[in-house]
Design a protein around this ligand. Sequence first.
Ligand SMILES: [Fe+2]
Ligand SMILES: [Fe+2]
Length: 183
Amino acid sequence: MKINIKDVLHYENLKTIKYTHLATTIVYARAIAEMLGYSKEDIHVIEVGASLHDIGKSFIPPSILNKKGRLTKEEREIINLHSVIGYEVLKSAGYSVNVAEIARDHHNPMSKNNMAQIVRAADIYSAMREERSYKKPKTHEEAMEVLKSAKVPQDILNALDKKYGKKQQARITQGFATRPAIA
Ligand SMILES: [Fe+2]
Ligand SMILES: [Fe+2]
């Protein structure tokens, strides 16, 4: 059977990924990688992986991906395939192993790929901190609890806390307070 790419590629699916969510996922992933001392080159790989991690969603039938209401077990399994589809697509498009593995493992708490763990943490943190039509944004502390229960590795938790936690916020506010007023 000949497969027509137009029948399996649903580019419009990517529109359902909120632009702000994608952008902040990249920002948070970069911040974590910087805190953990990754090289410039590796940070670039992480950013590319973060921006493409959900690319596999463009191969999921929109009727399932955009379904309102409860998903069946089969539908849930089909949606979950977006990770491995993303991996295959990125690999065959010539992206590096790490970029492809970020897509493959971005929902996998057991992943041995630390870059994928960073993007996974950034993805969850972004979703928690963001306002959605059905929910208020969580505080940094509430988001950290969610990350902990999602088994995000401790060094990544520490990095996020250092960057966005209370102490850091206090320092930023203090910085503003002591800045001389513009004459
Ligand atoms: Fe995903
Ligand atoms: Fe996401």
